[in-house]
Structures are given as structure tokens and as C-alpha cells.
Write a protein that binds this ligand. Structure first.
Ligand SMILES: [Cu+2]
Length: 178
């Protein structure tokens, strides 16, 4: 059964259909609506540096960012240029508080498997993570991100202990013209 959900009205109709079709089948409603939650909670998508509207430069130190907050407009593409001037490994990661919390757990698990291997694995992993940049002391890097709908999220470092130490700031995506 393929359902096209284009508005709240059709969503409600589809849900009603779904419920009546699967009436009595435990868990049917849950499995039916699942699957898209993770995608829709992603606060934007990777962007192309050549198409960036603006460049924002940030310096990371132990354990802080040179910017206390970031404000962007919905749909804006930002080229972030990040430099780690601290002595420790630091990260610049764009996400919701929940995403940061999950990433922190992953990092702790990796570090428990062995400090050096863990660092290497985190670096490898973050190359595949388009919303995150993990930089060794003295290194620079950049990531380009296209923000989506207006929302309040955070930029943060998820290296164990750093978020708790205040290496996090608000990132606000404002509506057009605000
Ligand atoms: Cu850090």
C-alpha cells in the first residue's frame, strides 16, 4: 500500500485508513509511521563550498570556541573554516542536543576500546559525518552546511568532557527576513 501524504488532511485520512485496515494488529500504527524520524530531524544538509552565501571562521581552544553563538537564515549555506589552536583534540559539530548526546556516547565507547585506536576511529568516522569536523591540535579544516527550516540547535565539541565543560554554543536558524 502506497500512501502519498501531502497535507495534514491527507495525513489524517491516511492514518484513519491505516488504523482501520490494521485494526486489532498490535504495533501496526507504530511500524507504519516509523522510518522517517531520523531523516527529518537532521538540521539541514551538506552544502557546496562554491555556492556558500557566507563564510564563518571559528578558532577552537581548550575548551572553547571563538564565537559564543551562530545565527543563520533558513536555507542559507555557510562555509565554516575551523582552526584548532588548543592542545587537545576538538570537534565542531552541528546538531540537536539529542544528536550531540548520542555522539558523545559513541566517542566514550570508542575511547574505552583504546585511547589511540579510539582517536583514529573517531577521526575516520568523522570523515563520513558531514555535519562534523574533528581536528587535532594545530589542524584546520572546513565544512559547508546548508541549513533547513527555522530551529534552535547547537554547535558543540563531543570529545568526552568538553561539552560539559561548556564547549557548546547556540545555533539559531531564523526565518527569512528576520
Ligand atoms: Cu573540545
Amino acid at each position: 500500500m502506497i500512501l502519498r501524504l501531502n497535507s495534514n488532511t491527507t495525513t489524517l485520512t491516511a492514518m484513519a485508513l491505516c488504523l482501520s485496515t490494521f485494526a486489532g494488529a498490535a504495533g501496526a500504527a507504530g511500524t507504519h509511521s516509523g522510518g522517517h524520524g531520523e531523516e527529518s530531524s537532521m538540521p539541514g544538509m551538506p552544502g557546496e563550498p562554491a555556492k556558500a552565501d557566507r563564510t564563518i571562521e571559528i578558532i577552537m581552544t581548550d575548551n572553547d570556541y571563538s564565537l559564543s553563538e551562530i545565527i543563520v537564515e533558513e536555507g542559507e549555506t555557510i562555509r565554516f573554516i575551523i582552526r584548532n589552536e588548543g592542545d587537545f583534540l576538538h570537534e565542531f559539530n552541528i546538531g540537536t542536543p539529542q544528536m550531540h548526546m548520542m555522539h558523545q556516547k559513541e566517542m566514550i565507547e570508542m575511547m574505552e576500546k583504546g585511547m589511540m585506536d579510539g582517536m583514529h576511529m573517531m577521526g575516520e568516522k568523522d570523515h563520513d559525518d558531514p555535519n562534523s569536523l574533528l581536528l587535532e591540535s594545530g589542524d584546520s579544516g572546513e565544512l559547508t552546511w546548508t541549513f533547513g527550516d527555522p530551529m534552535k540547535i547547537e554547535f558543540a565539541c563531543n570529545v568526552p568532557g568538553h561539552y560539559e565543560d561548556g564547549m557548546v554554543g547556540p545555533l539559531t536558524v531564523t526565518p527569512h527576513g528576520h
